[in-house]
Design a protein around this ligand. Structure first.
Ligand SMILES: *[C@@H]1O[C@H](CO)[C@@H](O)[C@H](O)[C@H]1NC(C)=O
Ligand SMILES: *[C@@H]1O[C@H](CO)[C@@H](O)[C@H](O)[C@H]1NC(C)=O
Ligand SMILES: *[C@@H]1O[C@H](CO)[C@@H](O)[C@H](O)[C@H]1NC(C)=O
Ligand SMILES: *[C@@H]1O[C@H](CO)[C@@H](O)[C@H](O)[C@H]1NC(C)=O
Length: 507
């Protein structure tokens, strides 16, 4: 060290050190991003470049460099006195209470007796949206594949020819573990088309807003045309060519594909197929002069504006000798008109091959969870689960056997992915109903309910294993309830950690 200082002094005395090296080392001023809301304005070091060199000097290498300041000034840590905790943050971390960081400016990764403040650079909005990632419940452990993706972070591909629409997607690029299913969120302006196309994956869709006219033809020459609106479902088998046109109000819909690496940019479009074949062949194939192809689009159309579809759907009913698609193979199901199955805490609607036989690999539940309530602890037997959150805020703990678990937070527009047999729940952490979709690759929608399993297992076996009291075991419902009602105050347990406040509001 003495030698290093001496070298430094000699260099400085000889005027061999550039001026900026002789000054104290510049420090970044960390903390919240101070840019405009929604803007990007990274902290910029307050350094005046007084030399032309992009590099420092080799005398800055550890062992010979002048000591850097190790306390005080710009390197100081936010003192603990500035830290404001939220309700439940000091409670036993194993209670794992939901922490609402929206009530503080500067959330801190502290829970129970663990964690530490976060003085470094960060953007608080991420941590307010993901409190269970930032200050995890004490029960989280080990490594679990990423289970959450906000579609708000997905690249948006615009349609062509003006304000025709857009699409954004989630596949294995975003969630590497989501190997069995991928999703697309698509918007079509009034009268806009998703171009005539086909693909190698099966396509299942839930209409989110507005209405569309769908048309398709199968391998038998049987034709199909139908209008559906928000809350309805469609299914197109792999390879079946189809068209989608928004009706007067436009629409937005969700697509789920049974290939994790499916890309919306990789579908087979009819415009490209025509562009990529010799005109001699096109002429022969359609038995028409080559001049018929003079106005073919020169590039793919993808999503584009079009002529309004006639209100009377029968005018677009193209039927050949094979007739229309048989009803039991219909590509649509008017799911919006299905009454929900109401249970304490919310409601459930199930669609699978029982009532929608064409959608062979797909089963789904559309679940509404009231504030404080949760979709009960369960898992699925054969299939991974693909989720989409239509409304509200929720959290999910994914238990990855044998000994890992991680808790993820979700808000409207997020995708979730949970591998088969991994247990999970979906707890409403907000003040409005959570509405979410569970999609499985199974012919029937099934799950194993933890509460029902314990209720239907010999009592002595459960007692010897989990040491639960008789009063608990005698109250377990023998029927599957799907949901469990709960207290809207998610930190009520902090007042009496041994109590019933998770599911019973205090008087
Ligand atoms: C289309 O035409 C077929 C055969 O005439 C008929 O059975 C079917 O109901 C029609 N569908 C619509 C939507 O008009
Ligand atoms: C709808 O179109 C069909 C076929 O063109 C026609 O027979 C029918 O009368 C029309 N219905 C109405 C309400 O205009
Ligand atoms: C929730 O319960 C906690 C613990 O009893 C209490 O401190 C807090 O004020 C409650 N919150 C609301 C919104 O009632
Ligand atoms: C919770 O129960 C444990 C053991 O039953 C007891 O030691 C503890 O004091 C109780 N805590 C509260 C806050 O009631």
């Amino acid at each position: 060290m003495q030698q290093a200082t001496r070298i430094f002094s000699i260099l400085a005395a000889a005027g061999l050190l550039p001026a900026f090296l002789a000054a104290p080392a510049p420090q970044m001023s960390y903390g919240e991003n101070t840019g405009a809301v929604g803007g990007v304005n990274p902290p910029i070091p307050t350094v005046t470049i007084s030399s032309g060199s992009l590099y420092g000097d080799s005398s800055l290498l550890g062992e010979i460099a002048k000591p850097s300041p190790i306390s005080g000034g710009d390197s100081a840590i936010v003192p603990d006195a500035d830290v404001t905790l939220v309700n439940g943050q000091e409670a036993d971390s194993k209670l794992g209470l939901y922490l609402d960081f929206n009530s503080v400016e500067n959330p801190q990764p502290l829970r129970g007796t663990g964690g530490q403040t976060a003085p470094g650079p960060r953007t608080y909005e991420y941590e307010k949206l993901n409190p269970d990632i930032f200050a995890p419940p004490g029960t989280d452990s080990g490594d679990v594949p990423q289970a959450q993706w906000p579609l708000g972070l997905s690249h948006n591909r615009f349609g062509t020819g003006g304000k025709s629409g857009w699409a954004r997607q989630q596949n294995t690029d975003q969630l590497p573990r989501a190997t069995e299913m991928a999703g697309v969120d698509m918007r079509l302006a009034p009268h806009a088309y998703r171009e005539l196309h086909w693909h190698s994956a099966n396509e299942w869709s839930l209409m989110l807003k507005g209405s569309v006219r769908l048309a398709a033809v199968n391998e038998n020459g049987e034709s199909f045309v139908d209008d559906i609106s928000a809350g309805d479902v469609w299914f197109f088998p792999a390879g079946v060519p189809h068209s989608i046109q928004a009706l007067d109000e436009g629409c937005e819909f969700l697509l789920v594909f049974d290939q994790g690496d499916f890309s919306e940019d990789g579908t087979a479009l009819i415009s490209e197929m025509f562009i990529r074949n010799p005109k001699e062949v096109l002429s022969k194939n359609l038995q028409t002069p080559v001049s018929a192809f003079d106005d073919l689009p020169s590039d793919q159309l993808y999503i584009f504006t079009g002529t309004p579809a006639p209100a009377n759907i029968s005018e677009q009913n193209m039927t050949g000798p094979a007739g229309i698609l048989p009803y039991d193979q219909s590509y649509t199901y008017h799911f919006s008109q299905q009454e929900p199955y109401v249970v304490p805490g919310g409601s459930v609607k199930i669609i699978d091959t029982t009532t929608f036989p064409i959608a062979k690999g797909f089963s789904a539940a559309l679940v509404t969870v009231q504030p404080g309530a949760m979709r009960e602890l369960h898992w699925h037997l054969e299939s991974d689960e693909w989720n989409y959150f239509l409304q509200g805020s929720a959290r999910v703990t994914v238990f990855s056997p044998p000994e890992s678990s991680r808790t993820f937070d979700f808000t409207a527009g997020d995708v979730g992915y949970i591998p088969a047999v991994f247990s999970h729940y979906i707890e409403n952490t907000g003040t409005e109903d959570v509405i979410f979709l569970e999609v499985l690759q199974q012919p029937k929608f099934t799950d194993i309910s933890v509460a029902q399993w314990l209720a239907l297992t010999p009592k002595q076996v459960v007692k010897d294993t989990l040491h639960l009291p008789d009063s608990t075991l005698d109250n377990l419902p023998k029927v599957k309830t799907y949901l469990k009602p709960g207290n809207k105050n998610l930190t009520a347990l902090a007042a009496n950690p041994n109590g019933t406040a998770a599911y019973e509001p205090a008087d």
